[in-house]
Structures are given as structure tokens and as C-alpha cells.
Design a binder for this molecule. Structure first.
Ligand code: UDP
Length: 242
């Protein structure tokens, strides 16, 4: 059901890191945060927003942390990392289902018995009436789920990537160490590149820049942020080409 609220983005790719799901634990899943993120997403459903969620896996496994000592090579580590994103995706899927919310789980790393393989045409159809959870990253090692979010946003013609983080947005310097750090509501990609302010890995960032996808960075720990962004309140930082 659509309300009469002004809508800032109609179709979004929401990037949630695995790290968010672990909360204050060193790894794993904190159910309180899982429930919280479901509620935050549920709050925007009455607005009729089309939502694709790209979920990370860093709370369970990250390929880049593998090294010679644990005898797992990077490529295998990344495959385990991609499987971790499917585990997180299954938990999100289950939580939405429990609330009778229309949801589909897709994976670029297919595991036929538990989820559909990512298919752009199916995804474009499904996103109109369902939340789609996009797992398995890109299905290839050496990439990240940030890159996945940017690529899927381009493919699925989303209005923006909304990156849920623990910080309010983008600052000129680290605000913890520099009291004169300036906060940006709006900033362009070239400024961030020139000043070496890293928000995502470069592959993700350059894709978004080159294909004109805005990235909206916001603090997911502040309740109601997602709703505020969708209804056009000025919070977080929008990165785009000027
Ligand atoms: N990964 C990968 N290819 C992809 C996406 C992810 O190999 O296209 C692996 C990689 O090992 C990564 C892990 O999956 O470290 C979890 O993804 P990511 O680090 O992006 O998760 P997040 O930091 O968002 O929790």
C-alpha cells in the first residue's frame, strides 16, 4: 500500500555488512541486530519501495584474512566467504518469511537445494513485488559484496546503493582523531578519489562512479535512518557525480 509521502529513492540496493550482524561479538550473529534490521526494512515497506539486499559475510569468514599459517589459500577462503553470505542471507530470508513478508533469496554461487541462482531477468521481475536478498557476492573470488552491491544496482537499475554503516557518513578526516573534521552531506566521487578517502574498495567505488550510481552512506545504528532517507530527510552522505 502506498502512502502519500514523498519518496526519494524508489528502487534501492541496500548493502548490509556481515559485521553489522555480529554486533559486539567477535563473530557470528546477534539475534537482536537481526531483528532490528528486519524492523528497519519493514518500516519502509508501506512506502512501496523496491528493495534488493546485498548481504556480506564478514561476521563468519573473510577470504582476505586467510594466510599461509592457516593453510587456506585466498581463493578457497573467498569461496568460504561467499558461502558465509548465503548463511546470512538464509537468516534474513527466514526472518522476513516469519513476518509473512514477500521475499526471495538468490545466490550468485548456486546451491540449488536452498536458493535460486541469481538471474538478472528474474531479479528485475521479482524486485517489483518482493524483497530480493542477493547472496554469494558475485560468485567469484577476489571481489567484495560492496562491489556486488554496485554492480547489482547498475544491472537492476536501482536509484542508489544505500550502504548501512556504523558511522554517520563521510568526513574530510577521521572525526575521532581530528576535531576539525568536516562532515559532508553531499560529495562527488572525484573529490573522494583525489583526497584518498576510502569508503569502499576501489572496484566498487569506480563502478558506481563510472555508471552513475549514487551511494548513500548512513548510520544504521540510529533507528529510523532508513525511513528518513527514503522520505527525503537529509541524513548521511550522498556520493555522486556532480
Ligand atoms: N567474497 C568473494 N567474492 C564476492 C563477494 C565476497 O569472494 O564477490 C568473499 C570474500 O572472501 C569476502 C567474503 O566473501 O571477504 C565476505 O564478503 P565481504 O567481505 O564483502 O562482507 P562484509 O565485509 O560486507 O561483511
Amino acid at each position: 500500500m502506498n502512502t502519500k509521502k514523498k519518496i526519494f529513492y524508489n528502487r534501492i540496493i541496500l548493502k548490509i555488512s556481515g559485521e553489522f550482524l555480529q554486533g559486539k561479538n567477535i563473530s557470528g550473529i546477534d539475534n537482536k541486530l537481526l531483528n532490528y534490521i528486519i524492523q528497519e526494512i519493514q518500516s519502509i515497506l508501506p512506502l512501496g519501495i523496491e528493495i534488493g539486499i546485498v548481504i556480506g559475510g564478514g561476521n563468519l569468514f573473510r577470504g582476505r584474512y586467510c594466510n599461509k599459517n592457516n593453510n587456506v589459500k585466498r581463493v578457497l577462503g573467498d569461496q568460504i566467504g561467499m558461502i558465509s553470505t548465503i548463511i546470512n542471507g538464509l537468516l534474513l530470508y527466514n526472518s522476513f518469511k516469519n513476518k509473512l513478508i514477500n521475499v526471495y533469496l538468490m545466490s550468485s554461487l548456486p546451491i540449488k537445494s536452498i536458493c535460486q541462482e541469481y538471474n538478472i531477468f528474474k531479479a528485475i521481475d521479482l524486485i517489483k513485488n518482493n524483497i530480493i536478498i542477493l547472496t554469494g557476492g558475485l560468485g567469484n573470488p577476489l571481489f567484495t559484496t560492496d562491489t556486488t552491491a554496485c554492480l547489482r544496482a547498475i544491472e537492476l537499475e536501482a536509484d542508489a546503493v544505500l550502504k548501512a554503516t556504523k558511522v554517520n557518513g563521510v568526513y574530510s578526516k577521521d572525526p575521532i582523531n581530528y576535531s576539525n573534521a568536516k562532515f559532508f552531506n553531499l560529495i562527488n566521487y572525484d573529490y573522494l578519489i583525489k583526497n584518498k578517502i576510502k569508503i569502499m574498495d576501489n572496484t566498487a567505488f569506480l563502478l558506481a562512479r563510472d555508471y552513475n550510481i549514487p551511494i548513500h552512506i548512513f548510520n544504521i545504528y540510529k533507528p529510523g535512518s532508513l525511513y528518513k532517507i527514503i522520505t527525503g530527510q537529509i541524513i548521511g552522505t550522498i556520493i555522486k557525480n556532480s
